[in-house]
Design a binder for this molecule. Structure first.
Ligand SMILES: NC(=O)c1ccc[n+]([C@@H]2O[C@H](COP(=O)([O-])OP(=O)(O)OC[C@H]3O[C@@H](n4cnc5c(N)ncnc54)[C@H](OP(=O)(O)O)[C@@H]3O)[C@@H](O)[C@H]2O)c1
Length: 258
């Protein structure tokens, strides 16, 4: 049975590059209209034009810093004004930070928490009541393969522990909304070739460890196209040779600045 998503509307955050841009293209390839968000206006507008031209869907770029509640409210209002409702939310915007904990700047904690955790929870809260009213909606949360490691990857413990929190929240939300017609899926990518990993010293020393966004695109396409009564709760797409996903991290990671 094929699921027709043509004419639906999706928000994709962090869509100006990397995984978010790839997922915006995936959604557009299914005929879904988009509202895409990121902080940098130029790259966002460029991306919107590129996707609209390639996939012949409507794409509205809205400059949005997910750490700011008023920007999230504006994002949701922009969707409602242009398209009426949010059918799909792809919560993806994220930042990384690699430090031994004792060296990590204290301001970093707030930035990571607001971008990688609170931004997700707040945006879901802003769309969820309309989805509940419609008895329909899909939420995809970009978690991380690092949440599968125990202990969490050295030098990424604040980033990864926030992703663990997001994963737990996402799973709990699935169960809470399951009988209301709303799907909630976590995607757990391994180390993927984007600007975010471009700054990580050990990974970029050996680029063969990186995977492309293709597997993540396939995972999200799979999640979005399941029949109404099926929700993939979590999909982990892990690079076979990523050291972070081994139970014990086999080498000492250093901060890029050292
Ligand atoms: N790459 C990996 O290996 C990997 C692995 C596991 C999970 N992930 C997760 O996947 C997601 C995407 O990562 P990526 O690798 O694609 O990163 P990326 O290439 O650095 O792209 C990040 C995107 O998020 C946007 N963004 C950053 N901070 C934002 C903010 N405060 N408000 C709104 N938009 C913001 C960026 O645009 P602006 O800078 O213009 O705002 C950009 O569009 C993140 O949640 C990340 O944690 C990545």
């Amino acid at each position: 049975m094929s699921v027709d998503l043509k004419g639906k509307t999706a928000i994709v955050t962090g869509a100006s590059r990397g995984i978010g841009k790839a997922l915006a293209c995936t959604a557009a390839s299914l005929g879904i209209n988009l509202v895409i968000g990121a902080r940098g206006q130029e790259a966002l507008e460029e991306t919107a034009k590129e996707i609209a031209a390639k996939f012949k869907v409507q794409v509205l770029p809205v400059v949005c810093d997910v750490t700011k509640l008023e920007d999230l409210e504006n994002l949701v209002n922009s969707v409602k004004k242009k398209f009426g409702q949010v059918d799909i939310l792809i919560n993806n915007a994220g930042v990384s930070s690699q430090y031994p904990f004792q060296d990590q700047p204290i301001e970093d904690f707030e930035r990571l928490a607001h971008t990688n955790y609170l931004g997700y929870v707040r945006l879901i809260r802003l769309v969820i009541n309309d989805m509940i009213k419609d008895k329909s909606g899909a939420i995809i949360n970009m978690v991380s393969g690092s949440t599968l490691c125990d202990p969490l990857p050295r030098n990424f413990i604040v980033y990864s522990s926030l992703k663990v929190g997001l994963r737990a929240f996402s799973k709990a939300l699935f169960w809470e909304l399951r009988d209301k017609g709303i799907k909630v899926t976590s995607i757990l990518p391994g180390v993927t070739d984007t600007d975010l990993t471009g700054k990580l010293q050990e990974i970029t020393n050996d680029t063969s460890r990186l995977m492309t966004t293709e597997a993540i695109e396939n995972a999200v396409r799979f999640a979005l196209t399941q029949p109404a009564n099926v929700c993939p709760l979590e999909i982990a797409v892990i690079n076979q040779t990523t050291p972070w996903t081994a139970p014990v991290i086999p080498f000492q990671q250093k901060h890029p600045g050292k």
